[in-house]
Design a protein around this ligand. Structure first.
Ligand code: MTE
Length: 304
């Protein structure tokens, strides 16, 4: 994100996955309660502000060949090229800090108790491109409850695996490694927050963060840390990688906010990958109704 502005993706790379996501499923995740929604004009109009010109999910090819994953290179096409042999089995996630049940969990044991959910979310990168992505995963709140955090746990910190032998980017000082991210506890427990294990109903491809990555749809995409290997419960606000790299440009909260520009470009509009016309960026990426209350009384210019 420090290095270059997004480049265009060739239209020849675009395939359709329309068959996968039906409209009903999309409405369910656009932030509206599920049953009865389609029949009710009143509820439909209530969701209109959050719905844009075209929220058709991006294709599998777009989602898996246009990536940011600096451990595998800084180009958008690098992760799909360089992550093919990344080993995600076996995979251990260390849960530690202020919890009653700290442990090293095997990936399979970590996900076994849950039914995977399909959630199509808008995804807004801080670089002002966006996609619509049909994720599959587990609400983070459900996973966290199982660890039994202590009342003193105010934040959750996530850490990506350190594997310079497999990740060429980690052999260079492009970013401080390993990649880290954090959420306030109420953000982590919010029902929209997802631990993704798949997309389009298939296992998450390596370039998209296999086997486990975070999705917080009202925040800029960089909060979506990939290949998570540690989840720590802490008392003080942890720093994230982009803050560590450039604190003037990237903050802890990183809520999508069209009114607060990045120092080097506007955040008021965005380009949906696969489309030409730019569209207006929505407050909290269109999820304000569900999440604005988390930030009541906070100065969002200061807490960017
Ligand atoms: N996680 C790790 N470990 N390393 C990264 O470089 N890039 C972030 C985020 N998670 C990144 C990461 C950024 S800047 C974005 S925009 C999203 O991943 C991109 O996710 P995508 O490639 O699935 O679209």
């Amino acid at each position: 994100m420090l290095i270059k502005k997004p480049d265009d993706i060739k239209s020849s790379e675009i395939t359709s996955e329309e068959s996968y996501v039906n409209r009903r499923k999309f409405l369910a995740v656009a932030g509206v309660a599920t049953a009865g929604v389609l029949g009710s004009g009143r509820i439909l109009s209530a969701m209109t502000p959050a719905k844009r010109q075209d929220d058709k999910p991006n294709s599998w090819t777009e989602i898996t060949t246009y990536n940011n994953y600096y451990e595998f290179g800084t180009g958008k096409g690098d992760p799909s090229q360089n992550a093919t042999n990344f080993r995600t089995k076996p995979w251990t996630v260390k849960v530690d800090g202020l919890v009653k049940k700290p442990a090293d969990y095997q990936f399979e044991d970590l996900v076994k108790p849950y039914k995977l959910e399909d959630r199509t979310y808008r995804f807004r990168c801080v670089e002002a491109w966006s996609m619509v992505i049909p994720w599959q995963g587990i609400p983070l709140a459900e996973m966290i409850k199982r660890f039994e955090p202590l009342p003193s746990a105010k934040y959750v910190q996530f850490t990506t695996i350190m594997a310079p032998d497999q990740m060429p980017g980690q052999r260079q000082p492009i970013l401080p490694w390993p990649y880290v991210e954090g959420l306030r506890m109420d953000e982590a427990m919010h029902p929209l927050t997802l631990m993704a294990t798949g997309l389009y109903g298939k296992t998450l491809p390596n370039q998209d963060g296999a086997p486990l990555r975070l999705i917080v749809p009202w925040k800029y995409g960089f909060k979506g840390i990939k290949a998570i290997t540690r989840i720590s419960f802490v008392e003080n606000q942890p720093k994230n990688t982009w803050q560590l790299a450039n604190a003037d440009e990237y903050g802890f909260f990183a809520n999508v906010n069209p009114e607060v520009d990045h120092p080097r470009w506007t955040q008021s509009s965005e380009r949906r990958i696969g489309q030409f016309r730019r569209q207006k960026t929505l407050m909290f990426n269109g999820y304000a109704e569900q999440v604005a209350k988390l930030y009541t009384g906070m100065d969002l210019r200061k807490n960017f």
